[in-house]
Write a protein that binds this ligand. Structure first.
Ligand code: SF4
Length: 470
């Protein structure tokens, strides 16, 4: 007897989540976002502490100490793809490893001794101390301990008020900005040349900051600091001497940019380095800003011409193979989603599902405007919803991060890692070529024919070709 394939059970949506999902062309008005995750929904979104940690992690010559139970300190050696051209202290994950007795009697002493020991051992240029949920519950005076150690050791010891329960990942970004801002303005700006920028919101994943910095160097623009890709404490101290802040991951760095605009009158431009269109626009926007030197624009145009001519033949070849394929996107910030929708279009693909962990009303409005009718747009989703939409839209690819990867593979769908764990640079022109290759390799992999869902489809198609015979 032939085995009967299990029927696909319909996946429902929690009523409390319905307002956070819209279908382009069917829904009027906006989407519910910028709010705490629904209890019981098992959100894909990370906690406040995680938001802070991810933003500050690439400051490579700083000590990062997680004050809390060991479980919070899951950022171990090499779990993130942020590279450093020098010190490697950031790749360690130090924790005060709070236990039951610390919860009862307080963890301040333990924090003090951990800080002193680690600073003596690793000689960092600054230390960040992350508060986790339990620290918020027991009420350790982290600020006082940091102040004491800073005075004793002569380096900035910066508390990050990132208790996991107190908001969303976005609040963690804010706490990180508040902490790192204490360094800005503490260095001299005497030697900073006139056409200088800060790159905010690029984390040097797989060396992406180096690619972008090289482009800026080629067009004659000086980078004062990158916050926080391949960052050094000393560079951040001088960041207030730049003349323009280019903000990529706006969710994480908008707050820092706004504080610098308020206190140092540094204008802000929102950019993205993903995809040909957005990468070119970032260079042109910068060149326009420094219009007192028209050679910057000339060099930017020349650079774009050269780089596009190099990668275009490869993109055309992939486009032929990917034409008509469908993708789902679920990423941290909505701005990255915009770039991905455009980049997929360039590869001949459509976006059937798109969502983010931290998008705001304006971001989702823009997504609704740029996506085709029928596209599902979702804020702060969960694994079941993602699976439901991917199956219903029959996508060929899911673009996401470490938490989305198993969802894709369990459904027999190709996956592209566009998050902080990746080892392949996807920014810049070279990054677009890498992205196209990765998308093609995953979507066209022969392995999917063995996934039960695909196998049934292929069998039906073969039967049709065979004149209805199985
Ligand atoms: S800070 Fe809280 S929510 Fe975040 S990992 Fe630690 S215990 Fe979990």
């Amino acid at each position: 007897m032939k085995p009967v394939p299990p029927s696909q059970p319909e996946i429902g949506i929690l009523p409390v989540r319905e307002a956070s999902i819209v279908e382009v062309g069917k829904a009027e008005g906006g989407i519910a976002c910028n709010k705490h995750s629904a209890a019981g929904s098992v959100s894909q979104r990370a906690c406040v502490f995680c938001g802070s940690r991810v933003v500050l992690y690439p400051i490579a010559d700083a000590l990062h100490l997680v004050h809390g139970p060991i479980g919070c300190a899951a950022y171990t050696w090499d779990i993130r793809g942020a590279l450093s051209s020098g010190p490697q202290i950031h790749r360690n994950s130090f924790s005060t490893d709070l236990q039951e007795l610390d919860v009862i009697y307080g963890g301040e002493k333990k924090l003090y001794h951990a800080l002193v020991e680690l600073i003596e051992m690793y000689k960092p240029n600054a230390a960040f101390v992350y508060s986790t949920c339990i620290v918020g519950v027991i009420g350790d005076d982290v600020n006082a301990v940091c102040k004491r150690v800073a005075a004793e050791k002569g380096i900035p010891v910066l508390p990050v008020n990132s208790e996991g329960f107190k908001g969303t990942k976005k609040d963690g970004y804010r706490a990180a900005c508040e902490a790192v801002y204490k360094l800005v303005g503490t260095g001299s700006t005497d030697d900073i040349p006139p056409h200088s920028i800060n790159i905010l919101g690029d984390f040097n994943l797989a060396g992406e900051t180096w690619i972008i910095k090289e482009y800026y160097k080629r067009i004659g623009v000086n980078v004062v600091s990158c916050i926080t890709g391949d960052a050094r404490v000393e560079d951040i101290r001088h960041a207030h001497g730049a003349h323009l802040n280019l903000v990529q991951c706006s969710g994480s760095m908008a707050h820092l940019a706004k504080m610098m605009e308020r206190d140092y009158q540094i204008p802000i431009k929102r950019v993205s380095y993903f995809g040909i269109e957005d990468m070119s626009a970032a260079l042109y926007e910068t060149a326009k800003f420094f219009s007192d030197d028209p050679t910057i624009m000339e060099r930017a145009q020349e650079l774009v011409r050269e780089e596009v001519a190099t990668i275009y033949p490869q993109l055309r070849a992939y486009r032929e193979k990917l034409q008509g394929k469908k993708a789902a996107i679920y990423v941290g910030g909505a701005f990255k989603a915009f770039s991905l929708v455009r980049a997929l279009k360039m590869l001949g693909m459509t976006t059937a599902v798109v969502g983010s962990q931290t998008g705001g009303p304006e971001d989702y409005k823009q997504l609704q405007e740029m996506c085709d009718p029928g596209t599902i747009i979702v804020d702060d989703t969960n694994p079941l919803e993602l699976a439901k939409f991917c199956l219903e839209k029959d996508v060929d690819l899911l673009i996401g991060g470490v938490k989305e990867r198993p969802i894709a593979y369990k459904m027999g769908i190709g996956f592209c890692d566009h998050n902080h764990e990746r080892k392949e640079p996807l920014a810049g022109f070279i990054g677009m070529a890498n992205f196209a290759r990765e998308v093609y390799s995953s979507v066209a992999s022969p392995v999917w024919q063995f996934a039960p869902r695909r196998a049934a489809k292929l069998k039906a198609a073969a039967a049709q070709l065979n004149g209805g015979k199985a």
